[in-house]
Design a protein around this ligand. Structure first.
Ligand SMILES: [Zn+2]
Ligand SMILES: [Zn+2]
Length: 175
């Protein structure tokens, strides 16, 4: 199947954010990427104890939807997400699979509590999407700090990572 990437807003997500993500996917991976119609957030994935959305359950819900013609899907959500072993996650992906998710929630604040410019928020969102998509292409976390596949645990890490896939990771990409 020819690679065709779909970027899906889950619930209310700024239109420009998903457009910037799709444009960056095309620019960096040289693949066609479309913004797909918004899908409602499955409320059953909300965890009443953590007051966040369960990223793993969200991925399962995405899996149950039909995205005909798209080989890989990147879901974008404005709400906070977690996985059982982490209090929060910026993104989540099925390694080597077809579904990834990113959350804009924690991109809207700087480490010092100040509010970033909209362009910086979009830049962070695009980096996250490229990172999670890398997992879908079966790339693993990279030790190279100047590589999009380097793990970002906090927002400063994400700021420091450039829009760049190191030579080793680029070589591992399926052609
Ligand atoms: Zn990762
Ligand atoms: Zn790398």
């Amino acid at each position: 199947m020819k690679e065709q990437i779909g970027v899906v807003p889950l619930g209310e997500v700024p239109t420009l954010a998903v457009e910037v993500i799709a444009a960056n996917i095309t620019a960096y991976y040289k693949l066609p990427a479309d913004v797909l119609p918004m899908r409602p957030i499955p409320e059953s994935t909300f965890d009443e104890a953590r007051l966040k959305y369960n990223a793993g359950l969200l991925i399962n819900k995405l899996d149950a939807l039909d995205f005909e013609g798209y080989s890989k899907i990147v879901g974008v959500i404005s709400r906070d997400m977690f996985i059982p072993i982490f209090n929060y996650v910026y993104g989540q992906a099925v390694q080597g699979g077809s579904l990834a998710l990113i959350s804009l929630f924690r991109l809207n604040r700087n480490a010092d509590g100040s509010t970033p410019s909209t362009s910086l928020v979009f830049e962070r969102a695009a980096k996250l999407a490229l990172h999670e998509l890398g997992h879908l292409f079966n790339l693993f976390h990279c030790n190279e700090t100047k590589c999009i596949m380097h793990f970002s645990g906090v927002i400063e890490d994400l700021n420091k990572i450039p829009f760049y896939l190191c030579r080793d990771c680029a070589r591992r990409l399926p052609r």
